[in-house]
Design a protein around this ligand. Structure first.
Ligand code: CA
Length: 226
C-alpha cells in the first residue's frame, strides 16, 4: 500500500515513517505543501496523511486541489490541538478523517486501516467501469454483458485498478510506469506497451467493449464505446 506523507516537522515525519514501514506501508515523504499537492494529484497513492500547517500550501489546500482534479485517494489530516475548528474545514475541503496531534501510534494505524477499508468496501471491493467489473479481492476481471471472467496477473491488475480508480483521466506513461513497477525499477520503458497489450487482450477475451486507448504523446486511457 503506497502512502503519501506530507509533514514539515522532521522528527514527526521520521517517527510516522518508521511506524508505517513496520506495518508494510510504502511511505513517500514530502515536507513541502506544493510538492505534496503535485504528488497527491498523480493519483499514484492509495492513501495520504497531510499535516495542516505546511510551507507553500497548507493541508486543506492540498486536499481541495486533489479533489478538484478528481483524485479520490482517502486523506487523513493531522491537526494541532489548537486548531479544533480546523476539523470542520478539514472535512469540508475533502479530507476523510482527521487526527489531533499528539496521537498514539495505535490510533494512527487504526484510522488508516478504517480509511483504506472504506475506500474499497463501498462496492464490496468491486470497481466498475463501462461494461467491466474488477473484483479487487480475487483479482478477477469480469464483463457485465457476457458474464465472462478472467484472472489477472499482478501487474495487469495493478494497471487496471489504477485506470478504474481514476475514471475519465488520461494516465501518463510515467504514472503508469511508477504504479506498475515502482520507483527503483530498471525495467525498460517499452515494457509498458507490452503490458497494455496484455490487458487489452484480456479485455477482448472476456468480450468487453471497454478497452485501453493510446493517447498520442501522453499516455493511455480506459474507454467504453457501446
Ligand atoms: Ca507543520
Amino acid at each position: 500500500m503506497r502512502l503519501l506523507l506530507v509533514e514539515d516537522e522532521k522528527n514527526m515525519a521520521q517517527a510516522i515513517r518508521e511506524l508505517l514501514r513496520l506495518e508494510k506501508y510504502e511511505v513517500e515523504w514530502f515536507a513541502d505543501g506544493e510538492e505534496g499537492a503535485d504528488q497527491l494529484c498523480t493519483g499514484l497513492f492509495d492513501i495520504a496523511v497531510l499535516d495542516v500547517m505546511l510551507p507553500n500550501k497548507n493541508g486543506f489546500e492540498i486536499a481541495r486541489q486533489a479533489r478538484s482534479c478528481g483524485i479520490r485517494t482517502p486523506i487523513l489530516m493531522l491537526t494541532a490541538r489548537s486548531e479544533v475548528e480546523d476539523r470542520v474545514s478539514g472535512l469540508d475541503c475533502g479530507a476523510d478523517d482527521y487526527l489531533t496531534k499528539p496521537f498514539a501510534a495505535q490510533e494512527l494505524l487504526a484510522r488508516l486501516r478504517a480509511l483504506t477499508r472504506r475506500s474499497y468496501d463501498m462496492d464490496d471491493g468491486v470497481l466498475s467501469f463501462g461494461d467491466i467489473r474488477l473484483d479487487t479481492k480475487r483479482m478477477m476481471l469480469c464483463c457485465t454483458k457476457t458474464g465472462n471472467e478472467v484472472r489477472l496477473s499482478e501487474k495487469e491488475y495493478s494497471a487496471l485498478e489504477y485506470f478504474m480508480s481514476n475514471k475519465d483521466r488520461v494516465l501518463t506513461r510515467e504514472q503508469l510506469f511508477l504504479k506498475i513497477w515502482g520507483y527503483d525499477s530498471e525495467v525498460e520503458d517499452t515494457n509498458l506497451e507490452v503490458y497494455m497489450s496484455f490487458v487489452r487482450k484480456k479485455l477482448s477475451f472476456i468480450g468487453a467493449k471497454t478497452t485501453i486507448k493510446s493517447v498520442r504523446g501522453v499516455g493511455y486511457e480506459l474507454r467504453f464505446t457501446e
